[in-house]
Write a protein that binds this ligand. Structure first.
Ligand code: FMN
Ligand code: MN
Length: 483
């Protein structure tokens, strides 16, 4: 696995997955414009390293996770389904039947040890300590013309619950206000916001540490929809197959990943808010300005020769789609622990996660599709699902065209659409109120007599096994001669 970002970039380079850009390109709109174009090329284009961002001597890396292949590489697996399989094994403990069986389980048991971070005293991220550090020294991007300013787009924001000390890490963008302060855009449903709620109740200043560019598995883990109270470092340790090394911050009582490129130490004050936005968001539209807490910088520490790791979001698909794909695969086996009837699920790129989720189920009883909708609307960040489409187990939800066909043929609009109301994503623009609105589920499963449907259900057209075999042979021969 990769011990740091430098090792990951070297591996991408070696596998010809990295494009180095040596021409000067400005962090002001230009780097984003190049990245946007690359993201729209088939398969997501290469990772990008801008070696000479205009006005800075710190290189800018983006689109590192911007393809299925690179997400797999970042997480050290051949396919994301392999990873899902490992999680399935780990979370389904078996009682060993004997000594040999017990020995076979050792690798799995060893991986549990990797879940706990370890503290070190000597850290690359603290090679240079700058108590007077300024955010103006970093090549932070202004992405889109109407953005309210420059934004740190891929920060790992570390906080602790002021009462319990439980840690959270989340990726929340930070708008640069000046050399020593930024916005802190944790939305109300997120872990950081909950810690800040507690800090405000206690009327206490809350330390916040921000890591930029640790190893790729940890960078991913900060975006993952971990259940509240579960440490993202556990997930990172599991994915890295090694414990995460932490080092104590210089000016605040927090620990940060030793292998990061750059650390921003600071705090948020209770009661303080400042206008944040607009920001060209991953919805493909600008988010409206709103009031958010303010991060005050107390110290910058960094490597001697840091790389600035960032990302850009905009009209999908972009890099965040591939980070989301990793979560789609990693969390499926975990969701199935409580909803074992789920066969597969998929978040199409154009649905930007919260707008559309496709789920296939092993339908077992009347109304089952609606049970799944209600479960999703009550489960972590799946609560944001504005549209849920439920299909039977034989429908491939990874095939969006197949789902469109099945929905069209299987649903009776008045009968099969379920509406509800509840919390919606903070980025939701169509609801009358911010963060509160309606959601829709479509039951596109085959309807049963026990659900009130008594007409015969049509049979899907498939040829016979023998004819299919013949077709394979004939077509294979024709195809070879034809090319
Ligand atoms: C590139 C990127 C940028 C993100 N920016 C934000 C943000 O500004 N605010 C926010 O609340 N969530 C943002 N997210 C989503 C959160 O990181 C995600 O919901 C995460 O699971 C939150 O973790 P938490 O449950 O520990 O808060 C972003 C995700 C990505 C991939
Ligand atoms: Mn969390």
């Amino acid at each position: 696995m990769f011990n740091d970002l430098n090792e990951f970039i070297a591996a991408l380079d070696e596998k010809r997955e990295l494009a180095r850009i040596t021409d000067p390109v400005s962090p002001d709109l230009e780097i984003c414009a190049v990245t946007d174009r690359v993201s729209k090329s088939p398969g997501g284009g290469p990772a990008l390293l801008f070696e000479r961002p205009t006005g800075f001597d710190i290189p800018v890396a983006l689109n590192l996770f911007g393809s299925m292949k690179r997400v797999c590489l970042a997480l050290g697996v051949r396919t994301l389904n392999d990873l899902a399989g490992e999680i399935e094994t780990l979370t389904t403990p078996k009682i060993p039947a004997g000594m040999i069986d017990a020995l076979k389980m050792l690798p799995t048991v060893n991986r549990l040890r990797d879940l706990m971070p370890r503290t070190v005293t000597d850290a690359p991220c603290q090679e240079v300590v700058r108590r007077d550090g300024s955010l103006e020294e970093l090549p932070i991007l202004k992405c889109w013309p109407e953005d309210g300013g420059r934004y740190i787009t891929l920060p790992l924001v570390f906080t602790k619950d002021p009462e319990t000390g439980v840690r959270n890490i989340g990726t929340y963008r930070m708008q640069v206000y000046d050399a020593r302060s930024t916005g802190m855009h944790w939305q109300r449903h997120k872990g950081g916001a909950q810690h800040y709620r507690v800090a405000e109740r206690l009327n206490r200043r809350m330390p916040v540490a921000v890591a930029l560019g640790p190893d790729p598995a940890l960078t991913y883990a900060a975006t993952a929809p971990m259940p509240e109270g579960l440490d993202e470092l556990m997930l990172a340790g599991f994915l890295r197959r090694d414990r995460v090394d932490l080092v104590k911050c210089v000016t605040i009582d927090m620990e940060v990943p030793a292998n990061a490129q750059i650390i921003l130490e600071g705090y948020v004050e209770p009661g303080e808010r400042r206008r944040e936005g607009p920001f060209g968001d991953h919805t493909g539209f600008y988010s409206h300005p709103d009031d958010y807490p303010v991060f005050h910088l107390t110290c910058i520490t960094h490597r001697k020769r840091p790389i600035y790791l960032t990302t850009v979001v905009g009209v999908p698909p972009m890099e965040d789609y591939y980070l989301g794909l990793a979560s789609e695969r990693i969390f499926l086996p975990l969701i199935r622990k409580t909803l074992p009837e789920i066969v597969d699920m998929h978040f199409p790129a154009a649905g930007i996660f919260h707008n559309l989720v496709l789920v296939s189920i092993d339908k077992r009883y009347p109304g089952h599709a609606r049970k799944i909708m209600n479960a999703f609307w009550g489960l972590g960040q799946l609560m944001f699902s504005k549209t849920i489409i439920v299909v039977d187990r034989d429908v491939d939800v990874q095939n969006e065209a197949e789902v469109a066909w099945i929905v069209g043929t299987h649903y009776d609009p008045e009968r099969d659409v379920q509406f509800t109301r509840g919390p919606v994503d903070d980025l939701e623009d169509a609801s009358d109120l911010a963060a509160y609105g309606s959601k829709m589920g479509i039951d596109a499963t085959r309807k049963w007599p026990s659900e009130g449907f008594t007409r015969p259900w049509p049979t899907r057209i498939v040829t016979s096994a023998a004819a299919a075999e013949k077709a394979d042979a004939v077509w294979e021969k024709v195809r070879r001669g034809w090319k």
